[in-house]
Ligand binder design. Structure first.
Ligand SMILES: [Zn+2]
Length: 392
């Protein structure tokens, strides 16, 4: 049975063929040259391994033409039926659950509403029941999954413990691997913005990009720093908390306990509060962004001002890191050019390396994230593939 063969191959770190399988798990689809590079094997070894996997029915190959022209490139991916893994977002007031196959196709994706401040045990009960039901609908048991990735809105240590943080006070110190260990398959956990970066690296705007920063503009503001293809966590798992850069030491009090954080000025929570006061009713993020794009003059101004301030904060980060690529993600990024143009202009005014002074090939690129709605849950799936299939 292919699933068993694949599962056992993933645990054999010594075999070249296992390195190829792990590289394909992480990359989704790849050319043989990608595999030579990522698996660190000779070209002949990769060719032999691919032939063996093809004969065993564990991989499929497709031909793709770049830009629809020229000679086709052959891409290899694991046979979709050879395994499944799940991603779970433990959100503020929802738990979102997705199951993907080994070719990275999303097989199920849904959200379960939760009361705010739900506790870890309640989260485990919901995930076990709902993920179990989704697995059963696909003819699987929970223990058949390669793993479950958990994305959490807060800093997480490398061992899966929620760091002591004022951002997520009720979950501080919770060992997620222990709480969710009862699922019967390997569990990995990380910060939701770090998962978002993994999703962009695996399927989206950062494929093949070893160095970039991602800034995520949702109700709060988070982010990720990726260097040499690795998401940098920092000592406490709280690297890249861009939303808590202090821009005004005498500004409004932030949920982190400091004053004048970027998030208090450009986070969607703040923008929606102002939009609500302006409209005399509660306004949701998607509605706010759509109305601004459609020309609502007050909402447009709010987004432009937020993009100016966000570009200032990002420019400070750029002065430190000088990244070649900046990905703008999150619900606010759905405003597209309306947000991005102002953001880039402001970044350029505040960062030390300015586009006008650089030759075109050395100018940094700014891209909108590919996954503005479900990056976190896909990122949790990518987390399983990256952690479980890590190449030694
Ligand atoms: Zn703060």
């Amino acid at each position: 049975m292919p699933a068993d063969s694949l599962k056992s191959l993933l645990t054999r770190t010594d075999l070249p063929i296992a390195r190829i399988v792990r590289a394909l798990s992480a990359l989704g689809s790849a050319t043989s040259l990608d595999l030579v590079r990522v698996a660190g094997l000779a070209r002949s070894t990769v060719s032999m391994g691919l032939a063996e996997l093809r004969d065993a029915g564990l991989i499929v190959e497709v031909e793709a033409r770049q830009n629809g022209m020229g000679r086709p490139t052959v891409l290899f991916s694991l046979t979709p039926d050879s395994g499944r893994c799940a991603g779970v977002l433990l959100g503020l007031d929802e738990i979102r659950i997705a199951i993907c196959d080994m070719a990275h196709n999303v097989l199920s994706d849904r959200s379960v509403p939760m009361a705010r401040d739900y506790d870890p045990e309640a989260a485990f009960a919901v995930v076990r029941a709902e993920l179990g039901a989704d697995c059963a609908a696909l003819g699987l048991r929970l223990s058949d999954l390669f793993g479950v990735g958990l994305a959490v809105s807060g800093p997480i240590s490398e061992k899966g413990v929620v760091a002591v943080s004022s951002v997520l006070p009720t979950w501080s110190g919770v060992d997620l691997s222990a709480v969710f260990g009862g699922l019967g398959c390997p569990v990995h956990a990380d910060n939701e913005s770090h998962c978002g970066a993994l999703a962009e690296m695996t399927w989206g705007a950062a494929i093949g990009e070893p160095d970039f920063i991602l800034i995520k503009f949702d109700l709060g503001i988070g982010g990720a720093i990726v260097l040499d293809g690795q998401v940098r966590r920092g000592l406490n798992g709280s690297a890249a908390e861009f939303g808590h850069l202090t821009l005004d030491p005498r500004g409004a009090l932030c949920r982190c306990g400091n004053r004048g954080c970027l998030e208090t000025m450009a986070g969607a929570s703040h923008l929606l509060k102002v939009a609500g006061e302006m409209s005399g009713r509660e306004v949701g993020l998607d509605e706010f962004v759509s109305a601004a794009v459609d020309g609502h003059i007050g909402y447009r101004r709010l987004i432009e001002d937020a993009a100016d301030i966000a570009g200032w904060g990002a420019g400070l980060v750029g002065t430190v890191l000088d990244p070649p690529l900046i990905i703008v993600a999150g619900g606010l990024a759905k405003a597209g050019e309306l947000f991005l143009d102002r953001f880039v202009g402001s970044y350029d005014r505040h960062a030390s390396a300015r586009s006008a002074t650089l030759p075109p090939e050395r100018r940094r690129r700014f891209l909108l994230g590919r996954f503005l709605a479900n990056d976190t849950v896909l990122g949790a799936v990518a987390l399983v593939l990256h952690q479980q299939c890590r190449i030694a």
